[in-house]
Design a protein. Structure first.
Length: 159
């Protein structure tokens, strides 16, 4: 895996500068556009303050294109959330963002990455399979809005 042309900005700590605060507001708004059960601003602020959470906003040029949240859990990291602006989907931004994050995670000592995805989300599953993730489990009736099973995917080793 090699890094893309995206610019990634990590949001971290309890006190953000004005530019990162604007990125966080954008992320909260985008999360509401991308998910049926978006996280609240307070939940995102908690993630940003969590030293184990890596919250990233991806930009191409001056345009924000997506975001992701990874948890650093020893050698196995967990992808909590990843999304691309709906107006910009299908252009490879999601793949570029995930590849960049996996490269960074591997540099930090991650050997594996796990995630959950809705069983009906074929676009995300294609992305994950294309990067070498394998389906390793299922959680029936995990999602409620809309109702769906969660599939568990794993990539090991990263790279």
């Amino acid at each position: 895996m090699s890094a893309s042309r995206l610019s990634l900005r990590r949001l971290e700590g309890e006190s953000l500068d004005a530019a990162d605060a604007a990125r966080l507001r954008w992320l909260v708004e985008m999360d509401a556009r991308c998910f049926g059960r978006p996280w609240t601003a307070a939940q995102w602020a908690s993630e940003v303050a969590n030293p184990r959470a890596w919250v990233w906003v991806a930009e191409r040029g001056r345009r924000r294109v997506g975001y992701a949240n990874l948890w650093a859990l020893d050698e196995t990291w967990e992808l909590q959330r990843i999304a691309v602006d709906p107006a910009l989907r299908g252009q490879g931004h999601g793949r570029d963002l995930l590849v960049d994050l996996l490269v960074r995670a591997a540099r930090e000592g991650a050997r594996a990455c796990v995630l959950e995805v809705a069983s009906r989300n074929s676009a995300a599953q294609s992305l994950y399979a294309g990067l070498g993730f394998e389906k390793v489990g299922r959680r029936p009736d995990y999602y409620s809005d809309p109702p769906d099973d969660a599939e568990i995917w794993r990539l090991e080793p990263i790279g």
